[in-house]
Ligand binder design. Structure first.
Ligand SMILES: Nc1ncnc2c1ncn2[C@@H]1O[C@H](COP(=O)(O)OP(=O)(O)O)[C@@H](O)[C@H]1O
Ligand SMILES: [Mg+2]
Length: 267
């Protein structure tokens, strides 16, 4: 029987806060650490993870959904231990999949023949039913937040909706674009959001840490490279490594309360 990989969904309320940057680099760095990692570009409709990696895939998840390809045939090996399941970009049907179609996507991942340890999913922003269906099926749900009012408000909105959908307690947070100051070097956005969740939702969230504002993100993107390949000694790479250490320290995945789950029927 094949091992059940741990599935980490990367979501945010607002777009442009760094989900793709984090997903790509988290996955690439985990592979560097010796883990076998798959990255799924799950931003249905506007997938762009492959651009960040300099990959030009001919086929993507839309071909699998349309029954033209098997999922094993669209997987692209990017570097040792690191593979990409490409997403569809600019395909209108893909941007408007219903819950049943999204459940079909979750189930099709069980057909992957390779052994691997982690599946990272780069999700679309917001609280559309398709995002929520994918996120519900993940073992770990990570919300990316930047320290600006609209990102905070939208992150809270997403957390609220997730809490309404299930009693699972595993909501994790990453603060992105953290600006280190000489006087105040400690990120406190987590505490702020966690307090609001405790007060109004009666639920707490867990902190995975912060990623610094780092110009290497956009420079690496222009060069179609992952950060570790472009600027291995950058602050952001160090931050991503400490987030990976936090994820590993979370220990085994908890019960999912039944429902749709990635790899549940993997053979
Ligand atoms: N920590 C960071 N420091 C500086 N720029 C960043 C950082 N994280 C992301 N960016 C930049 O922000 C933009 C949006 O990031 P992206 O990952 O595409 O967001 P999303 O996937 O959430 O829409 C990109 O140009 C990216 O280079
Ligand atoms: Mg994105």
């Amino acid at each position: 029987m094949l091992k059940q990989p741990e599935v980490i969904g990367i979501a945010s309320g607002k777009g442009g806060v760094g989900k793709t940057s984090i997903s790509v680099n988290l996955a690439r760095q985990m592979a560097q650490n010796g883990k076998r990692v798959f990255l799924f570009d799950g931003d249905m409709g506007l997938a762009n993870a492959q651009i960040s990696l300099g990959v030009k895939a001919k086929e993507n998840i839309s071909h699998v959904i349309l029954g033209q390809k098997n999922i094993n045939d669209i997987i692209v090996e990017v570097s040792p231990r690191f593979s990409l399941v490409p997403g569809a970009s600019g395909v209108q049907q893909m941007a408007a999949l219903n819950n049943i179609e999204m459940a079909g996507i979750v189930n099709v991942f069980s057909e992957i023949k390779a052994e691997f340890d982690f599946l990272i999913i780069d999700l679309a922003a917001g609280i559309s039913p398709s995002v929520l269906t994918l996120l519900d099926a993940c073992h770990r749900r990570v919300i990316v937040v930047a320290d600006e009012p609209s990102s905070i408000a939208d992150a809270y909105g997403l957390i609220k909706v997730i809490c309404q959908r299930s009693t699972r307690t595993d909501i994790l947070m990453i603060e992105n674009r953290f600006k280190r100051h000489v006087t105040d070097n400690t990120p406190n956005l987590f505490n702020l959001i966690n307090q609001v969740c405790i007060k109004f939702l009666d639920r707490s969230i867990k902190n995975l840490g912060a990623i610094s504002e780092d110009e290497f993100f956009s420079l690496a993107l222009k060069d179609n490279k992952a950060l570790i390949d472009y600027a291995p000694t950058s602050n952001a790479v160090k931050d991503i490594q400490s987030i990976i250490d936090e994820i590993i320290a979370l220990g085994p995945i908890q019960g999912m309360n039944g429902g749709l789950e990635f790899f549940i029927d993997r053979k």
